[in-house]
Design a protein around this ligand. Sequence first.
Ligand code: SF4
Ligand code: ZN
Length: 307
Amino acid sequence: MKCSRCKKLACVALPSHHAGFCPECFPLFFTRQVETAIRREKMFTHDERILVALSGGKDSLALMLELKLQGYDVTGLHIDLGIPDSSWKARKKVEDFCDANDLKLEVFEMEAWGLPICDVKQYVDRPVCAVCGKLKRHHFNRIAREGGYDALATGHNLDDEVARLFANTLRWDTPYLSDQGPVLPASDGFVRKVKPLFRLSEFETANYAFLKGIEIHSDPCPYASGASFTNHKQLWGELEHRSPGQKFQFYNGFLQRGKLAFQALEKETGATLQPCEECGSPTSVGRCSICRIKESVHRKKAAAAEG
Ligand code: SF4
Ligand code: ZN
C-alpha cells in the first residue's frame, strides 16, 4: 500500500479513512485530526491555559506532546495514586517524558493527601475502580479550578468514547448520556472538560506514540477489573473490522441527533449543586461524597489499628 499523501510505502493502513500513511506523513494526519477536533468543537484557544491529565499511558502523553507542538499553553497533571509497586513507575514515566520535552508538570500525591488507593481497596466496600475514578475526577477538577486553568484536557480516544457511550446506552443512563461528548462546558464549580483525541482510534494514537518515540507506562494496574469495558471495545473492534467507519458514525450520530434529547430530559430532573462545606467542590448535599469517603476510611483504619 502507498502513502495517501506522498506515495512512499505506507506503514499504517486506515480503512475507515480509505487511506494509508508512511512514518513521516502519519503524524501530519494525526495533527489534522486534533486540529479539526479543537476547532469544530471550540475546545480552547491559544490564549487559554490548559491542564492535561497525564496517567503515563500512550493517549495522555501523545495528547500532551501534540498540544505542545501545536503551540498551546499546556501543563501536565499527574496523580500519584499510591498503589504499591505500580504508581511510582507511572509517575517516573510522566516525569521523564516532561523533562525530556521541556513540559510543565504538577504532581498530586494521594498518599500525602491522606487517601492512597491501596486504602480505598482495603477499607471501602465498593469496587475500587469506581471510587478511584471518582477521586481522580474530583482532584483533576479541583486542581484545574484552584489553579485558574481554562480547560482540563484528557486523552480519551474514539474507542474509549464509543465503549462508554455503548455502556451508557445499554443502561439508558440519562445523566451520563446528557453529559457525554468531546466538550463539557464549565458550570457550577466544574471547569471545562475537553477530549481532543476523540476523532482518533486507540490504534491511531498508539501509532503516533510509537512513531514519536514516546516511552509509555504500559503495565496494567494491579487493581484493574474493567471486564465489561474491555468486552465492549472488543465487540466494537469486530463491528469496525466488518464495516470501517462504524465507530465514528455511531458516536458522531449521537452527538448530532441523540444528545440534545437526553440533555432536555436532564434539565427537568437534574440536581442543583452547591460548594461542599468542607472542600468547596460542587455537590448536591452538604459534604461531598469524596470528603465522606475519606472520613470513613480514616475511621475504619483507626479502628483496625486499635485492634
Ligand atoms: Fe484506578 Fe482501577 Fe484504573 Fe487502577 S484500574 S488506576 S484502581 S481506576
Ligand atoms: Zn468535599
